[in-house]
Design a protein around this ligand. Structure first.
Ligand SMILES: [Zn+2]
Length: 621
């Protein structure tokens, strides 16, 4: 008995502790040290930047690129022209441009535009030649950066804060003075694929991890929130030292705020004299809510703080540990936009709060290249947001627990609409290069969200959840790509999934299965299923009998070379695999045909079947 027991334990331990090799993808490294002085009357910032850049690649770098994002807020910029061009396309009777951008950039006066000007850029003390390409600065180095070496860039820059158009700027709709994102010259990412100097047209962000040490000198009436931890909290007060403390009085005109963010790939801050500050703590993480006081919204901002405390343990359990000591929800910007350790949100909407915070996992810690794989950022984040929202609603008794796909029904409906409009494009499309903004949004957010919910249909919910945790464990701080995710999914599930990525990501082929016919032959009941759409899938088929009992039948696809495990305690019959080359499949079952009252393909509605009229057959005997 004892021996058997110990053998059992050895097996159990082997089964539960095996893991996959850590991927060894090198990463560049940055240390930014920035000192900026803000002129709140002229809306100018003057800054110096010392950037320690470590080339961990095996390559000699003859040039480097920097992002100068704010140059997008000038008439005639790529952001301006692209927006006005998209405005000429009508989707559902409306211009396809971003309603925040429209043609506003074309009308900016010289004192309203944004710019980032480099006054000096030195490499190891030597001034470098600069070449401007809109929002990208090319620096052809006088001396290459050797593999495995560290160099110092010294920059002096001046920037004009644009009138708030998109994400960054001054005086947004809610009257927040400064929403300071993409505000400094930022070195582009260089990875195993080379440089990624993407122009700022609408939306791509990809950065190098490292430490940011930022000191912001600004009029003393202003209050700040931002990425990182405030190092001089005891000089500032205002809740940063102890909850509820007022802003400390000083005699000088300007005050310095010193933030340090470690292992982040960007740095955001926002400033307003009217900000209020709520501080909470959960799981060792300090949670700041920084907002402009409007009495009618006070309770809603408090609810943001309470909700953050409620959901963090669930988020960490489902998606992995939050890796930073602090997170700040800051009112600012023009909707909701994610940054490391902080978000700028327009108002206290909990959906936005959960969404932007979940970006900490998929855009801050995992951080796929958002330009190439927007669906792995926005889609995964939207999926996680749905899960967190459902948890929160249930916890707060806001609605009864519903079947899983309903958490994501909006994504499925959006995708069906997109297909109907013929605006779907392969998910491999670069984010700014979709034909329409509408197509970008539904593809990246909804089709990406469905990718994970439907993966749960294919491999089972529990296995999908294990995949998400293993993906986090193996790939955080390594910029995974789509193939990296699929490798984890295959390793954890033990089934082949290359076909799933091929169809769902690389093509616009759609899923449509149907019930063709039902008959009895020599005392055996049979149902013929047909594949009408081009994309193959495994099929869950539910039979309901006259006495109200149900049976789940499962038809794996040959492409998987395996089955999904049973997802719940419902009685399940596993059938022979369906070879994808066959358009039809005949499934047999034991019950007499005249006892069947309903036959339904995918009762959980997780398979994105574009025509569901043929998925359900009701029989009246
Ligand atoms: Zn998002």
């Amino acid at each position: 008995m004892k021996k058997k027991l110990s053998l059992f334990f050895v097996l159990t331990i082997l089964l539960f502790t095996y893991s996959y090799a850590q991927p060894g993808r090198w990463q560049q490294h940055v240390n930014y040290n920035m000192n900026v002085d803000v002129d709140v009357n002229a809306n100018l910032i003057n800054g110096i930047q010392k950037l320690e850049y470590t080339n961990n690649s095996p390559d000699k770098l003859n040039k480097v690129y920097f992002h100068l994002y704010w140059n997008a807020f000038q008439p005639g910029s790529e952001m301006d022209v692209r927006s006005r061009e998209l405005g000429k396309i009508l989707v559902n009777g409306r211009p396809d441009w971003d309603s925040r951008v429209t043609d506003r950039i074309s009308k900016l006066a010289p004192n309203e535009i944004g710019y980032q000007k480099i006054k000096s850029l030195k490499l190891n003390g030597v001034e470098q030649p600069l070449k401007y390409h809109g929002t990208i600065l090319e620096v052809n180095l006088t001396k290459p950066i050797l593999p495995k070496s560290k160099v110092i860039f010294d920059l002096v820059f001046e920037a004009q804060v644009p009138v708030q158009i998109r994400r960054s700027g001054r005086d947004n709709e809610e009257g927040i003075r400064y929403s300071m994102s993409q505000w400094y010259p930022k070195i582009c990412e260089y990875d195993y694929e080379g440089w990624h100097p993407a122009q700022y047209v609408a939306r791509e962000f990809y950065g190098v991890w490292g430490d940011y040490d930022v000191t912001i000198k600004i009029d003393k009436s202003y209050k700040l929130g931002g990425t990182g931890v405030l190092l001089n909290a005891n000089e500032i007060g205002w809740g940063y030292d102890k909850p509820g403390t007022p802003l400390k009085n000083i005699t000088s005109e300007k005050r310095s705020w010193h933030f340090v963010g470690k292992n982040v790939h960007d740095f955001v801050w926002a400033a307003d004299p009217g900000y209020e500050h709520i501080v909470r703590k959960q799981n060792g993480v300090v949670l700041n809510v920084i907002y402009k006081k409007v009495d009618s919204l006070q309770k809603s901002w408090e609810r943001v703080a309470d909700a953050a405390v409620t959901v963090l343990p669930y988020m960490e359990k489902r998606f992995g540990k939050y890796a930073y000591p602090q997170y700040s929800f800051i009112q600012g910007g023009d909707g909701g936009m994610e940054y490391p350790m902080a978000t700028l949100i327009k108002g206290p909407s909990l959906g936005t709060v959960f969404h932007e915070w979940m970006h900490s996992w998929y855009q801050m810690m995992l951080a796929t290249n958002e330009n190439q794989y927007p669906w792995m950022d926005e889609g995964f984040t939207s999926w996680a947001e749905g899960e967190v929202s459902a948890f929160y609603d249930e916890k707060m008794g806001l609605k009864s627990s519903e079947k899983l796909p309903l958490n994501h029904a909006g994504a499925y409906n959006g995708y069906y609409y997109l297909v109907k409009q013929n605006l779907d494009e392969p998910l491999t499309t670069f984010s700014d290069h979709y034909n329409t903004n509408f197509g970008y949004s539904i593809n990246s957010y909804s089709k990406g969200e469905i990718f994970l919910e439907q993966l749960g249909y294919i491999v089972g919910t529990d296995v999908r959840d294990k995949i998400m945790l293993e993906y986090y464990k193996l790939w955080r701080f390594k910029h995974p790509n789509a193939s990296d995710f699929m490798k984890v999914a295959q390793d954890v599930s033990g089934v082949q999934l290359d076909w799933y990525k091929e169809y769902w990501v690389n093509t616009t082929k759609t899923i449509d299965y149907g019930i063709d016919s039902l008959w009895e032959e020599n005392g055996v009941s049979k149902v013929r299923l047909k594949r009408i759409g081009q994309m193959p899938m495994p099929v869950d088929l539910e039979l309901t009998f006259k006495d109200g009992t149900k049976e789940l039948h499962y038809v794996p696809t040959d492409l998987m070379l395996g089955d999904k495990p049973a997802e719940n305690k419902e009685k399940r019959f596993v059938h022979e695999e369906w070879n994808w080359t066959n358009p039809t499949y005949v499934l047999e079952f034991k019950h007499p045909l005249n006892e069947v009252v309903e036959v339904e393909i995918d009762p959980t509605k997780r398979m994105a079947d574009v025509d569901q009229k043929n998925n359900l057959l009701k029989l009246n005997w």
